[in-house]
Write a protein that binds this ligand. Structure first.
Ligand code: 5GP
Length: 190
């Protein structure tokens, strides 16, 4: 997606060879018009695939995926990174390791919201080693539902997540694929 890549080049900051900071428009400050366009882009791509639910992981996946769900006319389910006092019954969990924090946490879903008949589009902000996406897939498939595709805003192709998911047979569709990061420089795949 050309506009998104231009925004990344303009406002993204490569902190080092591993981490891209997009705090001003994705992770902290959120550009609502851009998120709406991104959400619509995913919805247009998957509108004929019979998607019944969009699933994301709190918190940065929420803003683009809410638009995707809106344009597809389906519900959005947000996987939580820890149970809360209100989200404590009827839950299933799986352990994943946070890329940015380096700590384990329990990815949590309420069983009532996904059933075996669901066809799911997963949306997340980044794909690095694939921990978040594979955790979401485990929870969705534990319910007997089908993962149709994984939509990613920024894929860091030099980390193993994307290839691993493709090797497992999942469709990964990324709006921006980064080949290399160096402090102060961002290089996209062709
Ligand atoms: P993975 O689980 O694929 O290893 O990492 C994906 C998750 O880690 C995303 O949900 C995102 O929150 C975070 N993440 C991974 N790489 C980056 C990065 O370069 N920048 C930021 N801001 N978040 C990242």
């Amino acid at each position: 997606m050309k506009e998104f890549k231009e925004k990344i080049l303009k406002d993204g900051i490569a902190l080092n060879e591993e981490v891209l900071k997009v705090d001003s428009f994705v992770n902290h400050g959120v550009d609502p018009e851009l998120m709406q366009k991104i959400g619509k882009h995913f919805a247009d791509k998957y509108k004929d695939k019979g998607i019944t639910k969009v699933i994301t992981i709190e918190s940065s996946g929420i803003s683009p995926s809410i638009f995707t769900a809106l344009y597809l006319g389906v519900d959005l389910i947000v996987l939580r990174k820890s149970p809360t006092r209100v989200l404590s019954d009827n839950i299933i969990q799986t352990t994943i390791v946070s890329f940015t924090k380096g700590v384990e946490f329990q990815l949590t879903m309420n069983k009532d919201y996904i059933t075996k008949d669901d066809k799911v589009l997963i949306i997340d902000d980044f794909l690095a080693k694939g921990e978040a996406a594979t955790g979401a897939i485990r929870l969705i498939e534990r319910q007997g539902a089908k993962v149709v595709a994984i939509g990613i805003l920024i894929e860091k192709s030099f980390q193993q997540g994307s290839q691993m998911l493709k090797d497992l047979g999942y469709e990964v569709y990324s709006l921006a694929r980064i080949k290399r990061l160096k402090q102060g420089s961002i290089e996209f795949e062709e």
